[in-house]
Design a protein around this ligand. Structure first.
Ligand SMILES: [Zn+2]
Ligand SMILES: [Zn+2]
Length: 263
């Protein structure tokens, strides 16, 4: 399986992905907003884009569908409950569906509500595994929930699905927010040395060459995976004394998400 990450350079800081079969050159585009950039990247690699997947219904992920479909004849797939809102969707997706790209690539659909209630992540069981996670999980952060989402559902997605994936899973989110997210992690957990070291690197980095994290690393630098950290809990109690000394993980997650909304 081949992955090309395409940095949009737009104000929303979108990442697009092409996932291709090394044997046939057939490719799938994930959330191709700046669709001409995806077309150019495919041409450079000698790939043919045959499929489009939208991780969810927001227009910054679906706005390139029509252009790319017109240019390539690609089919469009999205969560079955997002399809009507997106329009022009050929295949509705649900948990456990397998998308094949060419002869060698299989992507499992995970139903991952939270950022919206009709969000899919694509999981490749390759070596190493890869997760294309839209606006559910960002590098060092989590998607917001104020445009059709639900923070408790996002918590459940994090804990029951994402956290259980192999540590070496490569994380491919829909936006590049690493610096801002690391700053939030360090605001919550100033003693997190790995996050501090990565922030130094990230500040000097061209977003087009941004680091690709793994799930194992996310568990160390992403405050939304660090719900048991004594420092995170102690800092959170300064803002929300009512959560008590031993808040449950869901409460910690939801309160972190609430703080991040206004941070
Ligand atoms: Zn979104
Ligand atoms: Zn987005």
């Amino acid at each position: 399986m081949l992955t090309e990450r395409i940095w949009s350079g737009n104000s929303l800081r979108n990442f697009h992905y092409l996932i291709a079969c090394a044997e046939t050159g057939e490719a799938l585009a994930v959330d191709p907003l700046e669709w001409r950039m995806c077309l150019d990247a495919a041409a450079r690699r000698g790939w043919q884009i045959r499929q489009i997947v939208n991780t969810h219904e927001h227009s910054d992920h679906t706005g390139g569908n029509a252009g790319l479909k017109h240019a390539t004849g690609a089919t469009v797939a999205a969560h079955e409950r997002a399809a009507a809102r997106i329009g022009g969707v050929d295949h509705g997706l649900k948990a456990g569906d397998v998308i094949r790209v060419g002869r060698s690539v299989e992507l499992e659909c995970l139903d991952t509500p939270g950022h919206t209630l009709a969000h899919v992540c694509l999981l490749s069981h390759s070596d190493p595994p890869a997760l294309y996670c839209g606006d559910t999980l960002f590098n060092a952060g989590a998607g917001n929930c104020y445009n059709g989402g639900d923070p408790e559902a996002l918590y459940t997605t994090f804990v029951t699905q994402l956290a259980r994936l192999p540590e070496e899973t490569r994380v491919y989110p829909g936006h590049e927010y690493l610096v801002r997210n690391l700053e939030f992690t360090l605001d919550r957990e100033p003693g997190n040395e790995e996050a501090a070291a990565l922030l130094g690197t990230a500040r000097r980095q061209d977003p087009a060459a941004a680091v690709v994290t793994t799930l194992g690393r996310e568990k160390r630098i992403n405050t939304f995976f660090r719900l048991q950290s004594p420092e995170v809990i102690a800092r959170l109690r300064e803002s929300f004394p009512e959560i008590g000394e031993r808040p449950d993980a869901k409460t910690v997650f939801v309160k972190l998400r609430e703080l991040r909304n206004r941070w």
